[in-house]
Design a protein around this ligand. Sequence first.
Ligand SMILES: [Zn+2]
Length: 268
Amino acid sequence: MDSITSLSAIDLHGHYGRYRKPDVSKLQQRFMSGGPKTVVERASRANTAWTVVSPLQGLLPRGAADPVAGNEDAHRVVHETDGLLQWVIVNPLQPETFDQAERMLKAPKCIGIKIHPEEHRYPIVECGRALFEFAARFSAVVLTHSGESNSLPEDYVAFADDFPNVTLILGHLGYGGAAATSFDLQVRSIQASRHGNVLTDTSSARSITPGLIEWAVGEVGADHIVYGTDTPLYFAPSQRARIDSADVSDTEKRMILRDNAERLLQAD
Ligand SMILES: [Zn+2]
């Protein structure tokens, strides 16, 4: 256990900024918000060297976010803040975000593309081809929200199969289904994909479920699972503790917490 807690992790699923959802209480919105300083401070308490973030400004509120302004802000923020890297947000309904991505992906601290069919309100089945065609031009890593009706993990598989040079991370291992009662959607999609280019991350609050991480490692292997926290929505040190204490081998923890992410960042 000691050797694992001393491992400096890479968190591939983070955010910063204000959590804005009209149907959520002011107090909860405050709890789930956090600026770049807060994100980095919590990352350091979770012994995390790098947190890859997308700005909440570009995702929330649902259907009314401003990814163009968010991307510009994130580009500046990661440049100014040690410990942060950027996902550039692409919204297929806003062509300008493709131009931004094309420009920002050239920057060393911008490591890939974030998509969010739920917050941006489009079905991935309809927009996936255009998104993957674009990502394939850069052999990009794509992180997506997954688990709701517009973003069902199974709906990504055909695109990932058609564009094997794109690495797809299905966010939120264990989350999903119409009533959010399914735990296995991300895992089943990884298994259904043909080229090994589909992964999932541990950023769901469902990580607290005993057995989930361990089951997923058994099903798809630790090489298909990356560490994510959804900071500042969730408390990064709690997410870290779940992996440190998981009933899997130290080698598997190391792959989840750092090695897999390092491989993706180097390939970039
Ligand atoms: Zn997220």
